[in-house]
Write a protein that binds this ligand. Sequence first.
Ligand SMILES: [Fe+2]
Ligand SMILES: [Fe+2]
Length: 296
Amino acid sequence: MGVDVGTAEDVRIYVLADDYAGYNSPFWAQHGVSFLIDAQSGGIRRRILFDTASYAEPILFNMKLLKLDPGEIDAVLLSHSHFDHTGGLLGIMREIKREVPVFAHPDIFKVSFAMDPEFVYAGIPPLRGGTREKIEELGGIWILSRDPIRIMPGIFTLGEVPVEQRADFEKETSIGLYKLEDGRVTKDDVSDEIGLAINTRKGLVVVGGCSHPGIVSMVRRAREISGVERVHAVVGGFHLIDADDERIQKTVEALKGMGVKKVYAGHCTGLKAEALFASEFGENFEKLHAGKVLDL
Ligand SMILES: [Fe+2]
Ligand SMILES: [Fe+2]
């Protein structure tokens, strides 16, 4: 990356959207992910919005309950193009009301879709997520990079996690999606997913949207970029909802093997994987839900 990653302090992650509302919770759930990451380093404080779930309204509702002001968001990151991560972008940008960088992969605008059982467009929904131009008109500055970028001391994007560099059991990303490339239909391995890593005093915290490149490979990537070995936590959707038992087992083993201390999983992780995380990590596993606040 060319710059030292540095360290972030007072790191707090607010779960603004998850598929689960939590038990006896006033928060609104929806399909997708949205986190607000609030961190400081030296005199710098940044609030980074990681993904915008399917719709803006439940995010704004939850922010109000958490007493968070969208006008204080300093930067937006879109982990990948799927509608359950980008659908709220337009509505949130309207509330941010100022110029902010929007970090994403250069393929974020690709046309991807499912065909089974019917055609369903999977990318940024133009009326809710907006278009490149609409987001620019509202002050969004697209920062489209395959390479990692440091947002503030201790916080950096992972960039693309190339298939060749992934763990063997994470090389295959078969989630039944296709994309258009020069007018041809090809399999979509969702290599447009970028993640975020936070270097805290307790070690790295790796945040994924759906973690389509594999959460293990994303942790490896964060270590490689930062040179920091110690991993405190993984946070996000880990897309193991349709994975076979072997892959789930290998994922849990690999995370334990890398010394990951805490697992915060939600969204597309799936009940089977969550059950194994719960039995292997005990109290160090926590299920995400809308409105949950993580102090890291
Ligand atoms: Fe997702
Ligand atoms: Fe996804």
